[in-house]
Design a protein around this ligand. Sequence first.
Ligand SMILES: C[C@@](CO)(OP(=O)(O)O)[C@H](O)COP(=O)(O)OP(=O)(O)OC[C@H]1O[C@@H](n2ccc(N)nc2=O)[C@H](O)[C@@H]1O
Ligand SMILES: Nc1ncnc2c1ncn2[C@@H]1O[C@H](COP(=O)(O)OP(=O)(O)O)[C@@H](O)[C@H]1O
Length: 275
Amino acid sequence: MIREAAPAKINLALHVRRRRDDGYHELETLFAFARHGDEVEVQRWPVPCFAVVGPFAAGLAGSDNLVVRAEAAFRAAFGVAQPHAIMLDKHLPVASGIGGGSADAAATLRALARLHGVAADDPRLFAVAAALGADVPACLLGRATFGSGRGDALVPVPGLGDMPALLVNPGVAVSTAAVFARWDGTDRGPVAAGETLARALAGRNDLQSPAAAIAPVIAEVVALLAAQPGATLARMSGSGATCFALFADAAARDAADAAVACARPGWWRLATTIA
Ligand SMILES: C[C@@](CO)(OP(=O)(O)O)[C@H](O)COP(=O)(O)OP(=O)(O)OC[C@H]1O[C@@H](n2ccc(N)nc2=O)[C@H](O)[C@@H]1O
Ligand SMILES: Nc1ncnc2c1ncn2[C@@H]1O[C@H](COP(=O)(O)OP(=O)(O)O)[C@@H](O)[C@H]1O
């Protein structure tokens, strides 16, 4: 059995530049990955088998799962006839801007590649990933990366070196397509060049206002995170509604975690570090 981590994806900055004719948007983004997330287990099996466990398993009941699509796409691309049993341990909230589905699909591809002796950097693996979703290639790479185009033209960048971070989701699922559709069409400029943290600090998330128009609680989450002592950056990730804050030290992150838990006990929180 092969076990692969599917870490939460965080968009440290996300600049939307242009709407394309195919309905997608040209963007520039700094991807980073948390130490924590979902987990996927894969093994050869005589019949197709897929199961979801974990705190957010119920949120996926009846959905067309990206893990299943990733397995089918891998078998088609690499000519693998035999099915697999796949178990997804779902810890990340669904449709929440931290790439849960994309991370799961990427972890499935990594696990299947290991199982079938496919090199982790095989270009066919990246082609399969890109066809599954704009974010899946970045999740397959799984390291700090600058993304442009649909978010799938990737250039690795230095990471944040295990920087303490707190992720908070207020419990509303927002549709990525609906948030992009509300973007106001204004190009506010590129992601700055330079050192990764400085680029993030100087950046924005252009989807934050459109997402907050759909789910106003997002503005409350960002404000609560920004008000925490020691927070160096508070911002929404992806198309939301999960927001993150970065901290210079773990004690400040843990104090913020406790403060958010007291203020809003129903909100999901993940105290982690960003690699
Ligand atoms: C916004 C981002 C930022 O990292 O993350 P999430 O909020 O999904 O985590 C991504 O661009 C999401 O990537 P992903 O979730 O893989 O998107 P896809 O399934 O390919 O596309 C879902 C829908 O989002 C819109 N979309 C997505 C990517 C992009 N560059 N432009 C778009 O307009 C399109 O309407 C598309 O139909
Ligand atoms: N394994 C999965 N995990 C999460 N969502 C999934 C998965 N498979 C399919 N989906 C569907 O994909 C959509 C986007 O989910 P997700 O990837 O969590 O969003 P985001 O990219 O905004 O974090 C959801 O509406 C969900 O129904």
